[in-house]
Ligand binder design. Structure first.
Ligand SMILES: *Cc1c(COP(=O)(O)O)cnc(C)c1O
Length: 422
């Protein structure tokens, strides 16, 4: 039996395997909660992007925030990817993982002067600038340090990506990007400011997008702008079309990356922009279905209205259900030949929002391990220490071996930087 989402995750007999590793065995060896990733599944998700762009000048910039473990970043760096970063912290991470700075694009609405300075010193490929005020500050920082900042403006194409409101970013009411009708004027300002070099144009309309229509709408709006900006005498080089391609959590049917890129490149060619290098910034679609979160059932708590299965993973380990009411499949690491009951799978944190799944049919007993599927993206990278819970350990399965790529945090580490008052 293969589970939807990843060809690397399947039951062999009664036991759930990720890429030749028994998940129950990994949980026994390393404890729970435990994140387990498959490197092969990540490279398999990257392949359709590479196929889609074959023969074209392009750069695939993995969106670091989706999963920023160093071994994950190293995997994509070695596969030739660049990186999309949104903070100075992420810059240090990608450099530590072996990324070339000249393949890094720096996005985000609130870059500080210190972050700009460090990114200029490192020599990042491009700043994706999100406001007119940021443009002025970046110019000042570049001049003060005798550098030139290559820039794209992140424009807001005002298209609806039809996704959850918290992960929709390309609408007028969103905080992201520069309004479509301000873009030309802002490019004029950018071209006139010292210390800046206009390099391209950028958009990113949201996340977990499951159709190609919104991408083509955004592309058309961006190409309209490119034509207007170049007609005003400001040459542009690359097109950065952002990330956002969705994955299958349950029954979604997103287009494959090569299909999506085929549509985009055809439209780019039809409109006479085929000479431009194209960049994309995928995050979720490269790692989401390459990881699982393993957790142990601690207590079964039957009730009149609901049955609860209390597990040892919580919202601090996995925020997506609490934050976006996200549905993530939950499957036993070992199947039982027993009738299933309906449970809410909940964590130990003192919040009613602390649930991982609602109304799930499970044949489970205390002590059993469960796997939360599709937990490779926006899962560990959003983990916190709420309730003074140490963050989970992470395993990367690569070359047939399970590598511990992040140690479990212990309580002493959690308050190491804190001080008592005399
Ligand atoms: C988060 C983000 C991405 C990646 O989005 P996914 O939905 O994970 O593909 C790309 N670009 C920018 C600017 C982002 O903020």
């Amino acid at each position: 039996m293969t589970l939807p989402g990843s060809p690397f995750l399947a039951y062999r007999g009664k036991e759930l395997f990720l890429d030749d590793c028994s998940l129950d065995e990994l949980a026994s060896r390393h404890g729970t909660p435990l994140y387990v990733y498959s490197q092969a599944a990540m490279l398999d998700a990257l392949a359709p992007y590479q196929r889609g762009f074959a023969g074209r000048e392009h750069l695939i910039c993995y969106a670091t925030k989706a999963n920023s473990n160093l071994a994950v970043l190293q995997t994509f760096a070695r596969a030739g990817c660049g990186f999309d970063i949104v903070s100075g912290g992420e810059l240090e991470r990608v450099l530590a993982a072996g990324a070339a700075a000249d393949k890094v694009v720096f996005s985000g609405v609130g870059k500080t002067r210190a972050e700009m300075q460090r990114a200029l010193e490192a020599g990042v490929l491009c700043f994706n600038v999100e406001s007119e005020a940021e443009l002025e500050v970046l110019s000042q920082v570049a001049v003060a340090h005798g550098r030139t900042a290559r820039i794209s403006l992140r424009v807001n194409p005002d298209v609806d990506a039809n996704t959850h409101p918290y992960i929709s970013t390309g609408l007028k009411g969103n905080k992201f990007g520069i309004a479509h009708d301000r873009a030309l004027e802002t490019y004029r300002r950018a071209a006139a400011l010292p210390g800046l070099e206009v390099a391209g144009i950028d958009c990113h309309i949201g996340s977990q997008i499951t159709a190609h229509g919104p991408y083509l709408d955004a592309l058309d709006r961006v190409l309209d702008l490119v034509e207007a900006i170049e007609a005003a005498g400001i040459p542009l080089h690359h097109l950065d079309l952002g990330g956002g391609l969705g994955i299958r959590y349950t029954d979604e049917q997103p287009p494959s990356a090569d299909t999506l890129i085929g549509h985009l490149l055809r439209r780019i060619d039809e409109r006479g922009h085929g000479h431009r290098p194209v960049m994309m910034e995928p995050g979720r679609s490269l790692v989401g279905n390459a990881g699982v979160l393993l957790t142990e059932a601690l207590y079964l708590k039957p009730g009149a209205a609901k049955n609860f299965c209390v597990v040892d993973a919580a919202m601090n380990d996995l925020m997506r259900p609490a934050m976006y009411q996200a549905y993530m499949r939950i499957e036993p690491c070992r199947l039982r030949d027993e009738p299933a009951s309906t449970y809410d799978v909940v964590g130990p944190v003192c919040e009613s929002g602390d649930w991982l799944g609602r109304d799930r049919e499970l044949a489970v007993r205390a002590g059993d391990r469960l796997a939360v599927l599709s937990a490779g993206a926006y899962s560990m990278s959003m983990a916190s220490n709420y309730n003074t819970r140490g963050r989970a350990a992470e395993i990367m399965v690569a070359g047939g071996q399970a590598h511990l790529v992040r140690e479990r945090e212990n309580p002493a580490e959690l308050f190491r930087g804190e001080r008592l008052i005399d």
